[in-house]
Design a protein around this ligand. Sequence first.
Ligand code: SF4
Ligand code: MG
Length: 337
Amino acid sequence: PPPLLSVRDLRVHFPTEDGLVKAVDGLSFDLARGRTLGVVGESGSGKSVATQAVLGLHSPARTRVGGEVRFEGEELIGAPERRLARLRGNRIAVVFQDPLTALSPYHTVGRQIAEPYRRHRGASRREARERAVEMLARVGIPRPRSRHDDYPHQFSGGMRQRVMIAMALVCAPDLLIADEPTTALDVTVQAQILDLLMELREESGSAIVLITHDLGVVSGFADEVLVMYAGRAAEHGTAREVLGRPRHPYTWGLLTSMPRLSAEAGRDLVPIPGAPPSLIHPPPGCAFRPRCAYPKEVSGPLECARDRPEAPPGHGPACHLEPARAEALFAERVLPR
Ligand code: SF4
Ligand code: MG
């Protein structure tokens, strides 16, 4: 059978006054049923835009989307809006960073959780109400039966995020996309929400795409990690490979620039120099080259400043370093700091 989600050469381009922004420019990956993929990168790396394209939500206007996004083999790019509306909130659901923008202030949380259940499952008002109460209980809202009739503003940030998760999971989706679900929350609540997602994953068997700028968040959570840079995959592999034996200099930079990971490893915090490149006029060759300390270590015919590295199909880094050289550099120059 085809993978649950298969993305091939995805491109999301939109025109601006300054030129064409190539927010995503050639991204490919597969996600199997029940697996968790962490998508990591700085803001502007294309991680949100890419996943919105998966849902057929490609704002802003005049966005051009190319490539393939297949859900159980069915092409979603260019699929009729009616078809996408039947999948969204049903078999594919999303949790956003800020539940206040995703929840309506005018309806009770119970009604908002029940709504997709009524629409997609044809449940009666009463069944949907019971289901909403059950979902509130499952995501750990105390006194779910009475909180059911409260409005979003009556909940704390962390509790609102739980409500969002209840709403996303009400139809038991095959794929849950969580876009920075804990970024707006304090550290303790972040950990609670991640634990909750892990628990629900065990129960529901949903595949999860967890989008985050924090590599620390995916460790211990994701089966696989996709590191994005300038709208493309910098490195893709199992969480063990990417976190334990990363081969892309950008991944090294992420590892040493994350306060929590550095503290755990007893390392100094080393920020990545420079800033992400323009997505309108990206540098030729490797988009990471202006910030990379290792172009001189590349042997062989390919040049960082001229040839754009491609990530190999499946797992691996998009980098011209020889694998053995990359491993040695990581061990000698990145780990000891
Ligand atoms: Fe650095 Fe070259 Fe690898 Fe790009 S291809 S990450 S510039 S070593
Ligand atoms: Mg984002």
